[in-house]
Design a protein. Sequence first.
Length: 171
Amino acid sequence: MSLRKLGLEDIDLLEANFQSVQGAGEAQWFGFWDTNKLRARVGQDQLIGNADGALAVCLGEQVIGKVDWFTVSSWGRANTSACWEVAIGIFAQYRGQGHGTQAQKMLVDYLFTHYPRHRIQATTAAENAAEQKCLEKLGFTREGVIRQAQWRAGAWHDQLIYSVLRDEWAH
């Protein structure tokens, strides 16, 4: 398994796999989204920016999903409290095989190696037991519940927040 930069051809794959509830999964389906913005970002900075980024998750040469990271500064001023938040999407036929856990481990390794951030966090739907298990297996600490923070499928949903600090990451 590996991570690599996303190319324009990969955006078509993401669109084909994530533009439905079946493809995205119930906990990740937020409706249709504009993939032209992704295409523009690939042309602009290859989806590797100062505030955010995304990489393809590959099994051999086959793209099986993507990982993302973006700056969050909810805990104070951005210049003193910014951290990364990470997210993942694995194509439906590859879920439940450990690929998501491995990809998120690789992403956290990459971020702690190449950026001087001290904290990486992740949020997940309260009903997404698979992602909770994955984050805990990787050594993330569950910090709490963010009540009714996400609008999805016509209702508000609780989110769970997890984090790992640089000095806790021993992978």
